[in-house]
Write a protein that binds this ligand. Structure first.
Ligand SMILES: C[S@@+](CC[C@H](N)C(=O)[O-])C[C@H]1O[C@@H](n2cnc3c(N)ncnc32)[C@H](O)[C@@H]1O
Length: 299
């Protein structure tokens, strides 16, 4: 993986963006840093709300993933239909590495890179997921420390709400994607006007939106159905020695409340986008850097 440092101009731009929006985004980022520190158990590999369609059978799921089927299913939904074999994939806001591990085990990518702001998450990822085609890097979504046109696919799950300048992130996604590359993006929005703003920011970055899907009901179903798994897993990780009982209790309280209080009440929406970096060649469309059309099977 080629790594690059941000230019002084880019670093300055991020500082200005943070000042302009009046918040640093660090409060939420700090929370994930803390969770990584106080819950260093490598069995917890996802921190998203999950996804379940009505009557979902999970017949494709491997037995070792049974304990986190719903959050893993969100990652699976996000890349459904893409041909990921021999592709270079970047997962931004990778958290504890569950999506990266899913991608490298269920598909045959050439390379998967997970990036996260939280050093504790990156350290945990390196301990939890050992695979020759998988690597992790600490970095900021607004200043991706990665080379231009080095990825075929960028994924981003439930992380952008932490970013003070999402437009800088989208500009970075455009830069690191190869022409024809795909951006698979999903997040929760407490401000119901925010998805429209995100759509405009995506379009302004030069990415072409291929699909937009309001998946609130499916995420609410996944979160409610996955509660028992979270409760069991987090219960096993509560330890007096680490003093993490309060953190675990507050995580479980919020996981339990969100399906009704945020989703069923209509106070929050969960939206997924698929966008493409256009091919610069006039007249060509829908083909990636290798001349393939991007469509494929999902296991
Ligand atoms: C809700 S978790 C989702 C993690 C993962 N995508 C998943 O599905 O399990 C949000 C993640 O975004 C990361 N994050 C927050 N701000 C970030 C930033 N500026 N750059 C990169 N990652 C960031 C957090 O550290 C956290 O791991």
């Amino acid at each position: 993986m080629d790594r690059i440092a941000p230019s002084p101009a880019e670093s300055l731009l991020r500082k200005l963006a943070v000042a302009a929006v009046g918040r640093t985004g660090s409060k939420l980022a700090d929370l994930y840093e803390r969770i990584g520190r106080e819950l260093p158990d490598t069995r917890l590999v996802f921190q998203n709300h999950g996804y379940a369609e009505a009557g979902e059978t999970f017949d494709w799921l491997r037995p070792e993933d049974a304990g986190h089927r719903y959050p893993l299913n969100l990652a699976r939904y996000l890349v459904a239909g893409l041909d990921l074999d021999d592709r270079a994939i970047l997962d931004v806001g990778c958290g504890r590495g569950g999506t990266c591990s899913f991608l490298v085990r269920y598909f045959q990518p050439r390379q998967v890179v997970g990036l996260d702001y939280a050093g504790s998450c990156i350290a945990l990822c390196r301990r939890a997921h050992d695979h020759p085609r998988l690597s992790f890097v600490r970095g900021d979504a607004a200043l991706l420390p990665l080379a231009d046109e080095s990825f075929d696919v960028v994924t981003n799950i439930e992380s952008s709400h932490c970013y003070p300048a999402p437009w800088m992130f989208f500009a970075g996604v455009w830069r690191v994607l190869k022409p024809g590359g795909r951006f698979c993006y999903t997040d929760v929005f407490g401000d119901l006007a925010e998805p429209a703003r995100m759509r405009r920011r995506l379009e302004s970055s030069g990415l072409v939106i291929e699909s937009e899907d309001d998946i609130t009901d499916r995420v609410a179903r996944g979160l409610a159905a996955g509660y028992a798994d979270f409760e069991r897993l987090l219960g096993d990780m509560t330890s007096e020695q680490r003093g993490n009982a309060d953190l675990v209790a507050s995580m479980l309280r919020s996981i339990k409340r969100i399906p009704d209080e945020a989703y069923a009440s209509g106070k929050a929406v969960y939206v997924a986008w698929r966008a493409r970096k256009p091919d610069p060649m006039p007249g060509s469309s829908g083909r990636d850097a290798d001349g393939r059309d991007g469509a494929g099977d999902t296991p």
